[in-house]
Design a protein around this ligand. Sequence first.
Ligand SMILES: *Cc1c(COP(=O)(O)O)cnc(C)c1O
Length: 412
Amino acid sequence: MSKTGFDTVRARRDTPGCQKVLHFNNAGASLMPRQVLKAITRHVQLEAEIGGYEASDLAHEQVEHAYDAIGRLIGCKRDEVAIVENATRAWDMAFYAIPFRPGDRILTCVAEYCSNYIAFLQVARRTGAIIDVIPDDEFGQISIEALRNMVDERVKLIAITHVPTNSGLVNPAAEIGEIAREAKIPYLLDACQAVGQMPVDVNHIKCDMLSATGRKFLRGPRGVGFLYVRRDIVERLEPPLLDVHAAPWVARDRYEIRPDARRFENWETNYASKIGLGVAADYALSWGLDQIWARVQHLSTRLRRDLSAIPGIHLHDLGKQKCGIVSFTLDRHRPEEVQALLGKKKMNVRVSSVGYTRLDMERRGLESVVRASVHYYNTEQEIDQFCAAVGGMAEEQNGTRYSHENWTVAGS
Ligand SMILES: *Cc1c(COP(=O)(O)O)cnc(C)c1O
């Protein structure tokens, strides 16, 4: 047990990757627990041995269980869940289902994710809809007051990012939900970086649609994501793409769109990943999202504190409440160089550059930042090692190490 009462030993014993790397890239893709790995490999093995269709027949219950597990994770019903290739496609299926007309307004946020904003641009160009960005408050998170003032009858959608890809910011998703619900405006939440690191409950947040991915803080496999759509709006949303799974072909001239959220899915799917997603959700629930969230905040607070003591470090996380993503730059080192140097020491971080969150990065004059993202299986000791490595880079740059070596030579 760690000081925070978290069984770090068990978490690490369950995580084979902990032996190999210091992994601070959980916002990119977390290390999978062995339970997830086992479920995936077992299914792929089965496909190889008895045939893919026969394997999915045999694994029917495990596949269906994924919907129950996601439902439990975010507080919805299984028929409100669609499992697709990734979070972007999940989000797209909801967004492109909404009909826009000239002058309709889409309200979004400064920290919105690149691909979502690209979709806004395309739809705005095609339909004449207008993109309006809700300004931030003094903490750098979505201003609730500004949002209230922007709401009018032309607003057809509020689509925001809960936790952005490039910083520790947590947007006030539930306060936005209050406003959306009251004004009866559909609310689409990109919860890609939130799901798996903090409690996310669709009824508390009051979002109508939510997208997330498997591989990030949820610790599932790559190539799988999911969409939640509230039951009472599912049937009003016509998917932008249909196939025989989403809309069975029931007569020569007629198809029938499924009544549940699986209308947003497609027929062929990666069954192993789908099973793995369910196991990852079960696994997160076995720890408890409140416990995970407390641990992630504890570690990231410590990481920010220790990094800030290093000369030449600049922290870039906005917001009142911060999450497991820690973004920083180091004087006279390009973020790409920091990533590469740490990579040589088997320490994984990622660079997040302007093209992923352009509105936010441009206004802050940032070209790119180093993103170090921690999860509950990381340790205080890893933070010490990591900060020593970053500190070493900062020192080298200031010539300290060089002069020290000279001194040693001169004195011997
Ligand atoms: C990673 C990310 C996405 C995209 O998820 P994919 O599974 O790669 O499609 C969307 N939004 C945010 C905020 C992200 O960080």
